[in-house]
Design a protein around this ligand. Structure first.
Ligand code: 4AD
Ligand code: MG
Length: 430
């Protein structure tokens, strides 16, 4: 059994065994109150001298935070205990006596200090709550796509060419030649749709983001579905359904974690299709009216996305950006070739972009022209052009950033808490 099952009330009055770690301890009136965690939850355990004997009682008295222990005892319902249950200990085994100077023992630390000790910090209740939500988000993405008949196809990490612009490429030496860490598996998913119809990849992606922002990592995880015979509109529908599914799943399975985080769930409960939609042109208009210095043609930055997202209660699509502000592979809008059939999905409460997606160019000549206009080396894309030579069809897809999504659902101030071991411009340790 584990602590979360005990807190669910399944073991009231019963004998249990818990294997875990000591989080905290105090003594009141000859009773030691231990706070114990086992990775599934936190529970209070009480130790009395006459129950466990002098030797164990005295050893526990001397035990430091993070010591590993096995406790056995009886579960008691007790309104005063955190979580409503406590364990009356009958025997206790010390597996390891932790050293005294646990670096995170004191409550107040700066984020940089905590990040230097990320390997220990991930044990804390807030961090485990976030990382459990992350695991649930990932599971929800996979379940959703698997349930809709998408085939998981893994994309390579070493790649010969850029997907999302050449300025954020990580170059790595490759046996006398060079390669790049992937920015996105998209181009490979475009190859895979002709094999399977509907596919997705899920994995780490890399961008040499040179700016320090609260929402950029250099290594982040992305889920990227891609569909053959799929146009712009159908792509947005899938995004609405998927994001709704993810949020509902977290609300259903990770309610306790959201409570630990103090997350007000009312905004999350409003996430239902259809989401709102505004065009890029409307967005610029809205921003200019609100006093932002921005001209048509410029990409939206974090403050712009924040403002727009705060005007809506649900996630909002901003669609049809200027071709020049976006990636080379996006299909021009037949109504107005200055803009492309793309959309970013902005999460509410000021969070901004969590998804970038588009209909892709499926016509060979146009794609060749774009590769040239963007100054990209054509040789590196020959294989990608082949996809337009042999059985090309209208197709669309998108990429959902896992950490951005977790950041929003958990309402975090900084993306670095949304991933177990964050990588940013000034951090590759631990
Ligand atoms: O908008 P992006 O750059 O789109 C693509 O990579 C497409 N090739 C995806 C596709 O269509 N298959 O990135 C997609 C998402 C963003 O919306 C954001 O959530 C996340 O990836 N993202 C980042 N997350 C953390 N740190 C960064 N530096 C990120 N850059 C993008
Ligand atoms: Mg984007």
């Amino acid at each position: 059994m584990n602590i979360s099952e005990i807190l669910d009330g399944k073991f009231a009055g019963k004998d249990v065994e818990i294997k875990g770690w000591l989080l905290n301890k105090r003594t009141i009136g000859g009773v030691q109150f231990l706070i114990v965690r086992d990775g599934t939850g936190i529970i209070q355990a009480t130790i009395r001298r006459n129950e466990v004997g002098d030797k164990i009682y005295d050893e526990v008295e001397d035990l430091a935070q993070e010591s590993s222990i096995i406790i056995r005892g009886t579960v008691k319902e007790d309104k005063r205990a955190p979580g409503g249950y406590e364990i009356k200990v009958t025997s206790l085994e010390i597996v390891h006596k932790a050293e005294r100077d646990y670096p995170l023992a004191k409550k107040e630390h700066g984020v940089d200090f905590l990040m230097d000790y990320r390997h220990l910090w991930i044990r804390s209740p807030r961090q485990t709550a976030i990382l459990r939500v992350r695991a649930e988000v990932i599971r929800a993405c996979r379940d959703f796509l698997d349930g809709r008949g998408f085939v998981l196809v893994d994309a390579p990490i070493f790649t010969p060419a850029a997907v999302e612009g050449t300025t954020t490429l990580f170059e790595v030496p490759y046996f006398g030649d060079k390669a790049y860490l992937t920015q996105s598996g998209q181009l490979y998913m475009e190859a895979a749709i002709a094999a399977f119809g509907k596919v997705y990849c899920f994995g780490p992606t890399f961008r040499a983001e040179k700016s320090k922002t609260p929402r950029h990592l250099t290594e982040f995880w992305m889920v990227e579905p891609e569909m053959a015979f799929c146009e712009f509109e159908e792509n947005l529908k899938l995004q609405e359904d998927m994001v709704t599914y993810i949020v509902k799943r977290v609300l259903e399975k990770r309610r306790r974690e959201l409570e630990t985080l103090g997350r007000d769930i009312t905004p999350l409960q409003k996430v239902e299709p259809p989401f709102d939609r505004i065009s890029y042109t409307e967005a610029i208009d809205m921003l200019q009216k609100a006093g932002f210095q921005i001209e048509w043609g410029e990409d939206l930055g974090a403050p712009h996305e924040r403002y727009i997202s705060l005007q809506f209660e649900k996630p909002v699509f901003v669609h049809r950006y200027p071709a020049k502000a976006k990636a080379f592979y996006m299909q021009p809008d037949p109504q107005n070739p200055e803009v492309v059939l793309c959309a970013d999905l902005l999460a509410p409460e000021g969070y901004g972009e969590i998804i970038g997606g588009s209909q892709r160019i499926h016509e060979l000549k146009l794609l060749e022209q774009r590769i040239e206009e963007f100054g990209l080396p054509k040789e590196a894309y020959e294989w990608y052009l082949d996809l337009r030579r042999y059985g090309t069809v209208p197709h669309s897809g998108f990429g959902l950033g896992i950490e951005r999504t977790v950041m929003w659902i958990c309402k975090l101030k900084h993306i670095r808490e949304a991933i177990p071991f964050p990588r940013t411009i000034n951090r590759v340790y631990p």
